[in-house]
Write a protein that binds this ligand. Sequence first.
Ligand code: RIB
Ligand code: CA
Length: 317
Amino acid sequence: MAKQKIILDCDPGHDDALALLMALSSDKVELIGITTSAGNQLPEKTFDNTRKLLALANREDIPVAMGALKPLRRELIIADDVHGESGLDGAELPEPTAVAEKISGNDLLAKLLRESDEKVTIIATGPLTNIAIFLLSHPELKEKIELISFMGGACFGGNITPHAEFNIYVDPEAADIVVKSGVPTAMFGLDVTLKAQLFEEDIQEIRAIGNPVARTMADLLDFFNLTTTVPFLAEEGHIEGIHMHDPCAMAYVIDPSLFKVLPMHVEVETSETLALGSTVVDYDDLFEREKNVLVGFDIDLPKFKALVIDTMAYFSK
Ligand code: RIB
Ligand code: CA
């Protein structure tokens, strides 16, 4: 079966790193390019982190371009409290050897879609600024997009405010443009990504695989384990795993059977209220509006973990 061509827009970011490595190791997808977003860290850092991850995976052949320096109309907020000063704290990463691309993220997206003789799936694992800019500046290329699979939002709850998830909160206007774009879209929000948990024993299993990629990922997960949030209402004695948010958006494209997704109407709150940045998901179809987004609600965790282990083992070849 032919591989699905994909482009990753990411802000590495510990969980972004695993999503990227999943793409490189899967025989279901062909990663034809990467654009980097400002979110977990400053744009220069997420760009450098992406290039370092490709150097680690010995895949510097894949074009990488830096996207927008800030959200569409807001000041950038970053998640250095979660991902550290570098954006990928906790592991030593190799310096890239390839010369950095001079092309902008928006131009790389346009180039790759124009040149592709088949539709391309875009996986976005950071704020949606780059994707919104692309959709607004190249409406003629929307038909070349098979699907936009993004990590962000939530039907219920938030992680940066009580109602908003980080990726959406950083650039709510961009997210609203994406979900209203008419392009097929799948949303992997906290409802499902908080279930995508790895635990101490999984990190040990990954480290034991022993190749440099697996050992580095284990180091990154050890760090991420220190900064990941525990749901407020976790019962006494409850052991919360590490939330693998971004890999959900990638894993769905690799194997949709891993997830329960439902079509729902989704809009994004962009007004300056307590709910700013919330994804308003019409779970009970109360508005009776177009079901514009596939929303993820459940995951086959054993199969997801197997995919993670397969990803790490791939780099032993
Ligand atoms: O809320 C989780 C999201 O914010 C993930 O994409 C993580 O990498 C951070 O960007
Ligand atoms: Ca991310």
